[in-house]
Design a protein around this ligand. Sequence first.
Ligand code: ZN
Length: 438
Amino acid sequence: MKPETFDWVIHNAWIVTADKDFTVIENGALAVAGDRLARIWSLDDDPQLPPGRQRLDAAGGIVLPGLVNAHTHLPMTLFRGLADDLPLMTWLEEHMFPAEARYINPDSVYWASLLACAELLLSGTTTIGDAYFLARHVAAAVAEAGMRAVVAQGVIDFPAPGVPDPAEKIGHARAFVNHVAGRADGLIRPSIFCHSPYTCSERTLKEAKQAARDLKVPFQIHLAETGDEYRHLAGKYGCNPVQWMERLGILDADTILVHCVHIDTDDIAVIAGAGAKVVHCPESNMKLACGIAPVPEMLAAGICVGLGTDGSASNNDLDLFGEMGSAARMHKVAMDDPTVMDAATVVKMATIDGAVVLGLDGLIGSLEVGKAADLVVTDCRAPNLVPIYHPASTLVYAARGADVSHVMVGGRWLVQDGRLNGLDLERIVARVKEAVRA
Ligand SMILES: [Zn+2]
């Protein structure tokens, strides 16, 4: 019998699998065949490296699943640093919405999204949960970058980029879903995103959720982000944000609730009972002083919570390593308990749990044979990463996106030795600067 030949064999690595037992292999190796993970093993058990077309010596670095940024707005790289140190409503109504009306067009969305993809790839993210307007152009940029994503078309009750007549918003979202569903490569999946319960009416929310149900795609919404939102809904509908979603019949296993800062124990039980998913964006919540989402309580109730950066206008970067560090630290302070949100829990949130949130866990999120070859190699020769006792700890508390050396998506190297393959970063930066100057 002919010995199996792999396309790539990566060896001399710590392998953080993020599988259900959170298996970590020291001195491990991993083989890729085509677009799939074909073998993962300990070199202590079998030191023989099998034939591979190419080999990568990870030099004692950490190989982990490609990170999943479960909530962001790629085109908002355009507004990075435009308006900081403001409350959410001032930031949104006086700065973001007017800036979007002026600067957002198909061209700027495409180039700003490509800039975001470059930043995400270089810092180890392989899968994106995106939510914005002109989503076709976001999807085109993600496809150009070769990344994996769930891309959502935004729905809001006033004129938005690409949807000047709000009466057409649901039809527009449906058309986007059908457009992406017709694509052949399978890296991008569509979704529908309602901006929030304070920018979408009862009718809009119901119709958008119904469209998502009809088309069998995830429904996403910013929910319970601020105290203002909580008070707005209490005054208008006599209920809190989670109760409002429940009353409208929106909560189910295909609903993704982003933020969930202002929720209580009863709300957590409702979300858990419905099987809805949550995305935690600690840095955006801190920067806009929204509050602290009760993530440890949500996890204890069995809710799947992924991790997101939110857009780079409210963060202001897309580095999921930084987000992991923030998530691990903020809840320790909030709960006066250093044992909550341990490193392994946080790594899972940024990998397999994010994959569950986006409905992609059968394909990605952990390093397991048969899953897609989406992985990240960190160069652990950097002084901030020496020595390694517990690789999850290294990843959460010491590593930065800049420590990523290699990134593979579906068996293709998109980053090698810290450099982008296939994307012309200089051109992308020039086009974004041009869009901003215009
Ligand atoms: Zn957001």
